[in-house]
Write a protein that binds this ligand. Sequence first.
Ligand SMILES: Nc1ncnc2c1ncn2[C@@H]1O[C@H](COP(=O)(O)OP(=O)(O)OP(=O)(O)O)[C@@H](O)[C@H]1O
Length: 357
Amino acid sequence: MSHQEPPGPLAPTLEALRRCTVAVDLGAARTRVYVRGGGLVVDEPSVAAVDVRTGALIAVGASAEHMAGRTPDHIRVVRPVAAGVVVDVGMAQRMLRHILGNKLGRRRLRLMLRGMRTLRAAVCMPHGSEPTARRAATETLLGLGAKQVELVDTLLAAAVGCGLPVEQPEATMIVVCGAGTTHVAILSLGAIVAAETVAVGGDAIDRAVVAHLRNEHELILPSHGVRPLHRRLSGPAGAPDTIEVQGRDVVSGLARTVAVGTDGLRQAMHAPLTAVRDAITGVLRHSPPDLVADLADRGIMLAGGSAHMPGLDHMLRHAMGIPVHTAPHPDTVAVRGLGALIEGQVRAIPLDPLAEV
Ligand SMILES: Nc1ncnc2c1ncn2[C@@H]1O[C@H](COP(=O)(O)OP(=O)(O)OP(=O)(O)O)[C@@H](O)[C@H]1O
């Protein structure tokens, strides 16, 4: 394996990023890979299915995710990334290698990995991540053959991916709501001025929905049953007051269909989000007044997969009293921002000292 100095702060130079060939976002829910000149080539669930008797990999990505909850005893479905941190380096490498192989074809993957020995990889890291987490991400890519790994703060990458003018001397605020965590930041002049992270994301919201159905309707929802509910709740205004939900009766275990109130469901989904609202308030409180004033007009940019959640933008707008915009394709902004950085599409931040006159 190649060696690299222990990871430093999450702020490599633009020059170092322009030397990277791939940009990787290893999320708890999904793995995304952008290849320079090739765009976003991978957007797959961060999931692997393993035969525990032999250790063999059975499936990765979407097909492994589809097996969750449906496997015999000897197949285990695992997630090597939790809250944006690689918790099983070996498994993350195997998963990534197979997902890339499936997408690019074995020959192109071999050529790319050979190229990586002389080139570099850029990887998103959650804001405030520990050195051990940075090391795990670095080792994952070094183990795949990269010569050098550049770590970039997810918040900065996501802000670039949203097209925010991060290099300007004015505030931009971004909320990245992922699967396990939500990161909130105010940026100005290419740097993070204030930021907070809360351990609440789409998974906590899904758990709140499952708990609501169990407690209020004695219904057990299968794991793949939450997403269709999100979709049905995101219908146009004037949607019905109740929706029919199919699940299993808590007592009898038999299939049952229940009419569930949409207001109750929305309330259950919003309860975990009070932590997100508090994090936004905290970041605003710790930022200079001039920057906070900039945000009154510009508002907040909402990104991350959970930005798709129906009503989230409305709830935040209502709670904060400032505009809230959802980024186009909010789930892929971080990797596309990292892609823009490795493609050299981001201008240098003009902070060089002025010549004396
Ligand atoms: N259409 C949708 N409606 C509601 N929630 C959604 C939708 N699409 C994705 N999500 C939620 O978004 C979350 C995944 O977001 P994202 O892809 O940003 O996560 P990640 O980057 O892998 O996670 P993390 O940042 O926590 O490591 C999941 O919890 C998922 O349920």
